[in-house]
Design a protein around this ligand. Structure first.
Ligand code: SF4
Length: 66
């Protein structure tokens, strides 16, 4: 299986949260490193709709994430 990194990854807060150890690897593996267009953040970005930094790819908001 060919894996492609999401085009938003370099600027996505999810990358920063992961690199800072605040977010489990499963998120970047399942979404960001897999170019998963089902990502809630991805879809909102595509539509130009604002969304909080702590919105997870599955659409959940994780309040403690900053
Ligand atoms: S969280 Fe979504 S939009 Fe952000 S890099 Fe990962 S897949 Fe792309």
């Amino acid at each position: 299986m060919t894996r492609r990194i999401c085009k938003w990854y370099p600027v996505c807060p999810i990358k920063r949260f992961y690199e800072e150890g605040k977010l489990e690897k499963i998120w970047v593996e399942k979404y960001c490193w897999n170019n998963n267009e089902k990502c809630a953040r991805y879809q909102l970005e595509e539509r130009g709709e604002p969304h909080p930094d702590n919105l997870l790819p599955n659409g959940e908001v994780r309040k403690e994430l900053k």
